[in-house]
Design a binder for this molecule. Structure first.
Ligand SMILES: [Zn+2]
Ligand SMILES: [Zn+2]
Length: 363
């Protein structure tokens, strides 16, 4: 099968023939990939902002059809439609037992043991499986807890985005921040994740939803398709925080940083009402440090980390599918372009240039 392989940071992906094992382990499934989204976290690895072992096959929000199951897999069938997601969990550690699989402490248990045949290789050399998914490939060999079976009425290309952008965004608003009816919310960064924070806040009943971005296109999307009630154009506004405070009667209850720029945490705190919360949804680089005025803490404000929107894949992904099928969840407007695997470098370049909407690689 073919996959896009990254050999070094700052390099281009090489689409080439890659091997998967002939024999599955008892707890594995083989999935024919249908689609995979290009996400900023993939770009972070390509740009070396996040260091990972190479060579690697990236791609961590994917969908597909199960073609083979391991001998211990009894609740997934050949032919099932699935979402493959980077929240791969062991199911038995302390955090998994506490209902928080996104915080799993034993991800090694979901990988193949060192020294055994790797899930991905080329000419005998191991290729690392990014986030235990490696969706930039025609086929995925996955731990059974990496996949969630979904309703077959769900379009498989759109389903891919449920594994990261949608789960993280919607989950950040609904599950992590627990936005309440009537709340005022601001989202800094209206990209794939930010737009989903937007619709998550709307679904949770937020009265005011302020989208902040530098792109007129993304702001228009936020208002027309994702429920933002107010827009702040950060390229034209001198004091973004002051503008958000003005629109939210003194500050938002929740401000989400969905860019991954350390200095924006300080801006977010400035835009937050006394006693309110800032949620760091964006992914920062390995070396990032965050600096903000300690006075914010005396105002009762908090800064909180978010991991994958606290996703519980097997509970939340079917719920998101249901939301889409009932017309409550916007997905199509997230997609900018659908491309083939051979065009993946063009998609990565568009992502790096800040094109905004999601590019889907469709197989
Ligand atoms: Zn992602
Ligand atoms: Zn676990």
């Amino acid at each position: 099968m073919r996959a896009a392989v990254l050999y070094e940071a700052h390099g281009r992906l090489r689409v080439e023939e890659v091997d998967t094992p002939t024999l599955l382990l008892p707890n594995e499934v083989r999935v024919q990939t249908a689609a995979v989204g290009l996400c900023h976290s993939d770009l972070h690895v390509i740009e070396g902002i996040v260091a990972r072992p190479m060579p690697v096959v990236l791609g961590h929000e994917a969908s597909g059809v199960v073609t083979e199951i391991g001998s211990a897999v009894h609740d997934i069938r050949v032919g099932d439609h699935v979402v493959a997601c980077f929240v791969v969990f062991c199911g038995s550690c302390r955090m998994c037992r506490a209902g928080q699989p996104a915080m799993c402490q034993d991800r090694e248990a979901t990988m193949r043991a060192p020294g055994t045949e790797p899930r991905l290789s080329r000419q005998g050399r191991e290729l690392h499986q990014w986030t235990n998914v490696a969706g930039f490939a025609e086929e995925m060999v996955l731990h059974r807890n990496a996949v969630t079976v979904i309703d077959e009425r769900m379009p498989l290309d759109l389903a891919a985005m449920l594994g990261c952008a949608v789960a993280t965004g919607v989950g950040s608003a609904r599950k992590v921040a627990r936005v309440k009816s009537g709340d005022a919310v601001a989202i800094i960064g209206a990209g794939g994740v930010g737009l989903n924070v937007c619709q998550g806040a709307v679904l949770a009943g937020a009265a005011t939803v302020v989208a902040v971005d530098r792109s007129a296109h993304r702001l228009r999307l936020a208002a027309e398709r994702f429920g933002a009630t107010h827009l702040v154009d950060a390229s034209a506004e001198e004091d973004v925080a002051a503008r958000v405070r003005e629109l939210t009667n003194g500050g938002a209850d929740h401000v989400f940083e969905a860019v991954g720029a350390p200095h924006l945490i300080d801006v977010a705190l400035d835009a937050t009402v006394r006693g309110g919360s800032v949620w760091a949804v964006g992914v920062f680089g390995d070396a990032a440090r965050i600096d903000f005025s300690a006075a914010h803490l005396h105002s009762g404000k908090g800064v909180h980390g978010v991991r994958a929107g606290s996703l519980e894949p097997q509970r939340d992904i079917p719920h998101l599918v249901d939301g889409y099928l009932r017309g409550r969840l916007e997905l199509e407007a997230l997609v900018g372009e659908r491309i083939g695997l051979d065009d993946i470098n063009r998609g990565i370049e568009a992502l790096a240039a800040g094109a905004g909407a999601r590019t889907l690689v469709v197989f």
